[in-house]
Design a protein around this ligand. Structure first.
Ligand SMILES: C[S@@+](CC[C@H](N)C(=O)[O-])C[C@H]1O[C@@H](n2cnc3c(N)ncnc32)[C@H](O)[C@@H]1O
Length: 327
């Protein structure tokens, strides 16, 4: 017999929320996937209701996920602002056709991510955690952005765009976007507890003959900075990888449902088990295939996901339901 699970948030016509049903066993976790912009949906989440945010936002300048983007947005901002390098608020950016991850300048992207986590601050319990997975990229004056593909690789259609040079934005420069993001978060009162390196043994070959291949991404663990004293938060060290080291080796798996950036379960399960108590609630605001939701629910945590793409959200609901049915 199946149980329709209660919703954590109210469904509206615009933001269709679907509760995934689980076999009734008295303590079934609640799982919900909402369609919409994470910057809007986060505002409807009750304060102090989330134990763990675990997420992988779009990376800067790598790929389009869905929808149209205003490729002239830097020019539009320059017409309104004295300093085009200073990032506009996300609300302005979105209202002018900007997509998260396609900001014309990396500093805009970092500013928008930090803005999102400022909105998320009140929903994370005082003892809660945030784990953010983010990868780096190289600067190229002319960069190609693949439709749902990797930069410079694959046969998918692509956009060519000219990114203005200046300051650290120089040809061949590794942009250090994860570090810029982590430092900006520290400056907004988050305490950084770990910079977990995700080592990817199976990255594809690259044509460059003058550098090593990027074979890692960062997974940052942030907690609240208390008004007084040292940070105190939920953490179960018995649930992490053997040796409790800050490097995790996990193979990149082919994406599913046309999604090219799926979380490996091996990478996120120890984070979920160690940073969210059993029966607690996990939020992935950039949920993609919903992998984090499925892993959380399978491990008896409630899960909420946001996803801007209707197709991804709908596939994620089906995928999570299938995975939970297989239990
Ligand atoms: C790197 S992928 C996440 C993949 C996910 N970790 C998984 O395992 O499938 C980022 C996702 O964020 C979504 N996204 C981009 N901008 C968004 C926004 N403003 N609000 C919500 N989702 C967004 C994209 O459509 C994409 O599915």
């Amino acid at each position: 017999m199946r149980a329709q699970l209660p919703l954590l948030l109210n469904a509206t016509d615009d933001h269709v929320a679907t509760a995934v049903s689980l076999r009734e066993n008295g303590s079934a976790p609640r799982v919900e996937m909402r369609t919409g912009d994470a910057f809007d949906l986060i505002k409807a989440v009750p304060a102090s209701s989330i134990d763990l945010i675990i997420t992988s936002p779009p990376y800067w300048g790598l790929r389009t996920y869905s929808g149209d983007h205003n490729w002239q947005i830097l020019r539009d901002w320059a017409a309104e602002s004295d300093d085009r390098e200073a990032a506009p608020p996300y609300s302005w950016y979105k209202a002018h056709g900007g997509q998260l991850g396609l900001e014309p300048l990396p500093d805009w992207f970092v500013a928008h991510l930090v803005e999102f986590f400022m909105l998320a601050r009140t929903v994370v319990k005082p003892q809660g955690s945030i784990w953010v997975n983010i990868g780096d990229t190289y600067f190229a004056r002319w960069s190609s952005i693949r439709d749902r593909g990797r930069q410079g690789l694959g046969g998918n259609p692509r956009e060519r765009r000219r990114v203005p040079m200046g300051g650290y934005r120089q040809e061949k420069q590794l942009l250090m976007i994860p570090a810029r993001f982590a430092i900006a978060m520290q400056e907004q009162r988050w305490i950084l507890r770990n910079d977990l390196i995700w080592h990817k043994p199976n990255v594809p070959p690259r044509p460059e003959k003058d550098r090593l291949r990027l074979a890692h991404e960062h997974f940052f663990h942030f907690v609240h900075r208390p008004k007084q004293g040292r940070a105190k938060y939920y953490y179960d060290l018995t649930q992490v990888e053997t040796g409790a080291k800050d490097v995790a080796t996990c193979y990149v798996r082919a994406g599913q449902d046309n999604h090219s950036a799926t979380f490996p379960e091996q990478l996120i399960r120890p984070r979920i088990l160690s940073s969210c108590p059993s029966g607690g609630t996990v939020l992935d605001p950039f949920a993609g295939t919903g992998r984090a939701l499925a892993v959380a629910a399978r491990n008896r945590r409630n899960a909420v996901g946001f996803e801007i793409s209707k197709d991804f959200a709908s596939n994620a609901r089906k995928q999570v339901a299938r995975e939970l049915d297989d239990l």
